[in-house]
Design a protein around this ligand. Structure first.
Ligand code: NAD
Length: 370
């Protein structure tokens, strides 16, 4: 029985070990990569780049900041000074192609509004650089495919910034699901949302490609896919948007969508720009595995309830942050010539499903996924 000490200790032990060490191939990648640090050029010095990504390089073993790209000279001067990046390694959107001649730059990290992802990822591939691109990958599946094609043509790698795949609680939850510690999965419920501030590019469809579904609902979609370990075959979606709210003149607010997986598992997912949510629960025949909060920048919690007893497995968070681990992962994949855990094809899969979500909610019908 689950309350039995041996079983609980085994589970807690498993949780404790379930940090990055358990990421498929992570240990091998890190060993094979040695201590060489590859240089990243950061493109777009906005909120996410400057507050989460750039500070994380301090924890990296195989990655460093080598260059900065921005349209604002003051930002180049300020962050150049802060991170020790000399003026010779500062670029703007017009001089971007000169990155090709900078041997200190191995990887270009695109941290721009979504509508700019394809253009700058493709320009980076053509400049002979590997690419890390933020989520959502692009505004359409056609753009995603062009990004994949450009990276292939250049013989360079392309990875999408799905940081939660490198976050120890999420990695542990995936492992617990695969081990069926709460029995075979029957359903998944996941919700992601926040109340969005007005007047920003996320609320301009031309820049964002869509509303909450593209920006935050994609976390519900990702969680449903990585926790189930399956690819959905059908989607049903409903929208609720107050079009009198000026924030939602061009993009949707709330989307409730259900994904049907081949095993029969159904995932009920919420995406919202008007209410706070951040959770994922996998319900099996004997209990549930819960991430709440699931995917914030920090402070994740994992609980397991089996046969009426709840435990909170100890997760080792002493290693690099999810941001640092993500940055190191691409560098290590390049140094050891492996395919990243979340390559361009993974970003494309999500955008294809999001397009089906939009079709379903606009046409009021179920949409089959190929
Ligand atoms: P932001 O608005 O803070 O930064 C965007 C940057 O792009 C700014 O520096 C801005 O000056 C620059 N920019 C260049 N051309 C622009 C234009 N025409 N319009 C607007 N900005 C322009 O946004 P952010 O929150 O840093 O998001 C940037 C990217 O990072 C997006 O793709 C977003 O989805 C992603 N993001 C990911 C996470 C995550 O947890 N993985 C979190 C936040 C943002």
């Amino acid at each position: 029985m689950y309350g039995d000490t041996t079983r609980r200790d085994a589970l807690i032990g498993m949780g404790a070990a379930a940090g990055l060490a358990m990421l498929p191939g992570a240990a091998t990648l890190a060993q094979g990569a040695g201590d060489r640090k590859l240089g990243y050029a950061i493109v777009g010095l906005g909120s996410y780049a400057t507050r989460q990504i750039m500070p994380a390089f301090a924890q990296c073993r195989n990655a460093r900041i080598a260059a900065l790209v921005s349209g604002t000279p003051e930002k180049l001067a300020r962050y150049g000074a802060e991170y020790g990046v000399p003026a010779t390694h500062h670029y703007n959107y017009q001089t971007f192609e000169r990155l090709a001649d900078n041997r200190d730059v191995d990887i270009v990290y695109v941290v721009l509004p979504v509508a700019m992802h394809a253009e700058y990822s493709i320009r980076a591939s053509k400049a002979g650089k590997h690419v890390m691109c933020e989520k959502p990958m692009a505004v359409s599946s056609a753009e995603c495919q062009s990004m994949i094609d450009a990276a292939k043509a250049a013989g360079k790698k392309l990875m999408i910034g799905y940081r939660s795949r490198f976050q120890p609680h999420n990695v542990a939850a995936i492992d617990l699901c695969r081990k069926q510690v709460v029995g075979p999965t029957r359903m998944i419920r996941t919700a992601h949302g926040f109340s969005i501030q007005p007047d920003q590019w996320r609320l301009d469809r031309k820049m964002s490609g869509g509303g909450s579904m593209m920006d935050i609902g994609i976390y519900s979609l990702q969680a449903a896919r990585y926790l189930s370990g399956e690819e959905p075959v059908e989607v049903m979606a409903t929208e609720s948007t107050d079009r009198r709210d000026p924030r939602f003149a061009t993009v949707e607010d709330r989307v409730d969508f259900t994904l049907r997986f081949p095993s029969g598992v159904l995932a009920s997912c919420i995406s919202s720009y008007s209410s706070p949510h951040n959770e994922a629960r996998v319900i099996g025949t004997d209990g549930y595995i819960e991430l709440d909060p699931a995917t914030p920048y920090q402070g994740q919690r994992l609980r397991v309830r089996v046969k009426g007893e709840t435990t909170e497995p100890a997760i080792d968070t002493s290693g690099p942050s999810q941001f640092a681990a993500q940055l190191d992962h691409l560098a290590q994949c390049i140094l050891t010539n492996r395919t990243p855990l979340v390559p361009g094809e993974e970003g494309l899969r999500d955008i294809r499903i999001i397009e089906a979500v939009y079709r379903s909610m606009n046409e009021g019908r179920r949409v089959a996924l190929a």
